[in-house]
Design a protein around this ligand. Structure first.
Ligand SMILES: [Zn+2]
Length: 87
């Protein structure tokens, strides 16, 4: 199975990708599209466990807000975001 490459995403990206919950205070989808313009990718959540605290920008949406970063994987292919397959 191709797991793609690993990125670290913020909590709001995790909430969206894992549970489909979008924050009310920002346009997360537009921000993600700006990070991945025109790219045919799928972002998967690797682990919903707390990953690490970081002040690095979120690699999924580009947010500069410091906070927890979670493991995610980017694969080429389908448009949009999908939940990881249940084990
Ligand atoms: Zn993010």
């Amino acid at each position: 199975m191709n797991n793609g490459y690993e990125i670290k995403g913020c909590n709001e990206c995790l909430q969206y990708i894992a549970y489909g919950t979008l924050p009310e205070t920002r346009d997360l989808l537009s921000e993600i599209k700006q990070v991945w313009p025109g790219q045919d990718i799928t972002i998967h959540v690797g682990s919903t466990e707390e990953y690490e605290f970081s002040h690095e920008p979120c690699q999924c949406c580009g947010s500069m807000l410091g906070g927890d970063r979670h493991q995610m994987f980017v694969t080429q292919g389908d448009v949009g975001m999908k939940m990881p397959k249940k084990k």
